[in-house]
Design a protein around this ligand. Structure first.
Ligand code: A3P
Length: 359
């Protein structure tokens, strides 16, 4: 019988005997699901929990759900694309590995040769791939991973309570800045490949309709926000705008959450500030790994420089008309205000950013 839903897909996937068979079954399933163009250079596929750009990515998510075995020491970075993924990966990696790779080690730090997306890999983009089953058991503790999946599509082992103890660090960003950053990213790809560019008004339409990678944006944020409220010791919730305002404070919180508190001698020696400087936009953008390196994400090779553009708060105002901004803000208010009163704190943050950008 032909499976008709993602839930049934999981049942069918459970029956697969080899990695190749599992991968193929998921691919066959996803290929039959509804798809449409959206704010992506790939066709977006509809999962009941969100839109995925490309079959391979959705399959990687389903296979990770089946096979990923979490450890209590694992930490998973979760974001929507263009919310600050590269930055939080750099901060987490630099913080956790600072003993063997001090942030002030200048030319010796791994970031000189590896981009943050190579240091902390995406489960669904880079690890659970068609051509090989990843050997994650061989990795030493603490293992650091990343995902763009909505909370409800995290591998079941990540959310398993409370025995796995696996922790999640989520970063969200003002939807307007996320949208503008995504539009530039997509159009850089389109320009590299001689394809037509997406116009701003079309991009806003796609975004507001939820047809963006891992969208709708608002459901993604709400999923992790609720998880954070329920289990703050397991799900850390950062905002890009607050990270920009107080990066050192966020490095300390990240270190505490990850179980790698900065000691007094480290604090006195300036280790926190060194981590902030190492991972800063200005430093990262000038590294050889950024200027000349690239990252393989599913079927696409992305130049590392594409993950850096301006790194500012409120750049949306330079690209999005006031009417478009109002449309996005109205959805944010409608989604966040009544349905999750505790997210008002986040919404107020967005408004503060908007006022500052306008003024
Ligand atoms: P802009 O396009 O607004 O400049 P992601 O890493 O999730 O793909 O997000 C990319 C966005 O984060 C881009 O935003 C990029 O410039 C910004 N970014 C990348 N590295 C950063 C850093 N170290 N500090 C602050 N912002 C950073």
């Amino acid at each position: 019988m032909k499976p008709s839903s993602p839930s049934q897909a999981n049942q069918d996937a459970d029956d697969a005997k080899t990695y190749e068979e599992l991968y193929q079954r998921c691919t066959d399933l996803v290929s039959s699901w509804p798809s449409r163009p959206g704010l992506s250079y790939l066709q977006l596929f509809r999962h009941e929990k969100g839109w995925y750009n490309g079959v391979t990515l959705l399959v990687g998510t389903m296979v990770a759900d089946e096979l990923f075995a979490a450890r209590p020491s694992d930490i998973v970075v979760a974001t929507q694309p263009k919310s600050g993924t590269t930055w939080i990966k750099a901060l987490l990696y630099a913080t956790v590995h600072r003993r063997e790779h001090p942030a002030d080690a200048a030319g010796d730090h791994p970031f000189n040769s590896l981009g943050p997306h190579e240091c902390i890999k995406f489960l669904e983009y880079q690890l659970y791939r068609a051509d090989e089953a990843p050997d994650l058991d061989a990795l030493p503790d603490p293992r650091l991973f990343a995902t763009h999946a909505p909370f409800d599509l995290l591998p079941r082992a990540v959310v398993a309570a409370p025995s796995s103890g696996c922790r999640v660090v989520y970063v969200c960003r003002d939807p307007k800045d996320t949208l503008v950053s995504l539009l530039h990213f997509v159009n850089k790809y389109n320009a590299r490949n001689g394809r037509e560019l997406v116009a701003v008004d079309a991009a806003v339409g796609f975004f507001c309709d939820g047809v963006s990678p891992f969208g709708p944006y608002w459901e993604h944020v709400l999923g992790y926000w609720r998880a954070h409220r329920q289990r703050p010791e397991r799900v850390l919730f950062f905002r890009y705008e607050e990270m920009k305002r107080d990066p050192a404070g966020h490095v300390r919180r990240l270190a505490e959450f990850a179980g790698f508190l900065f000691t007094s001698p480290e604090e006195d020696g300036g280790a926190v500030d060194a981590t902030v400087r190492l991972c800063s936009f200005d430093n990262m953008v000038g590294l050889e790994a950024t200027k000349g390196g690239s990252t393989q994400l599913t079927t696409t090779t992305v130049p590392n420089s594409a993950f850096f553009r301006r790194g500012e708060v409120g750049d949306w105002a330079n690209h999005v008309s006031p009417e478009m901004a109002q449309r996005i803000d109205a959805i944010t208010e409608a989604k966040f205000w009544p349905s999750a009163p505790s997210l008002i704190e986040f919404y107020e943050q967005v408004m503060v950013v908007k006022e500052r950008s306008n003024g």
